[in-house]
Design a protein around this ligand. Sequence first.
Ligand code: BTN
Length: 231
Amino acid sequence: MTTLGTPRIHHRKVDSTNRHARELAEQGAPHGTLVTAAEQSAGRGRQGRAWSAPAGTGLLMSVLLRDPYPLLSLAAGAAVADTAAHFRPDQEVLIKWPNDVWLEGKKVAGILVEGRPQERWAVLGIGLNVAISQDQFPPELRTSATSLGRDKSELEAVLTKLLDALSVWTSANRADVLAAVRQRNALRRRSVSWADGQGVVADIDDEGRLLVETQRCIAALDAGEVHLNLD
Ligand code: BTN
């Protein structure tokens, strides 16, 4: 098992921890290098979206992984989900494939993996809402986003737990990662649509792809965005 989080660079404010971690990767920083921030001015999300959070209310972190784990995106989802479950054992924690983490049906964390496979590194960026009150979310996110509902003073404890969980899950065997993600699969038997079709989610296959039953076939989605249809 590898230790993640050393060296660590912490910013009071940065454009994007992922952007900075990528720059450090290109400069030869070691495996496990961690960039954190209290606030980002240009936080990046998946599919070209932005990620924003009021200063000091959540974890904003990016960790550099050399020779990254093949199922990194799913392993990261499992690690963030375990961390959320540790701090909110009273609430249901599920993963919306590929790796959004939901607490009681609302998104509590997002994960953005960026990298250079040919140079054998990846930057794993995680935004985890820890202490944001519902009224601090922009109105359009209030019904779909949530936070762990813990105190700001616990941010470092959440980070420590998350780094431990990431070390465990990025060294685990792939069958265990797949089992953990299948067990928390928020989309199971749900009706979904994506750019090229719609259907009902059956499972996650051994490559980590989402299997969706359509009228004509079983589609295996390996990237991109799926939208939940109203049942
Ligand atoms: C998503 O759900 O769209 C992924 C969001 C990832 C956000 C995190 S916050 C820390 C890191 N730095 C970034 O610029 N993005 C990721």
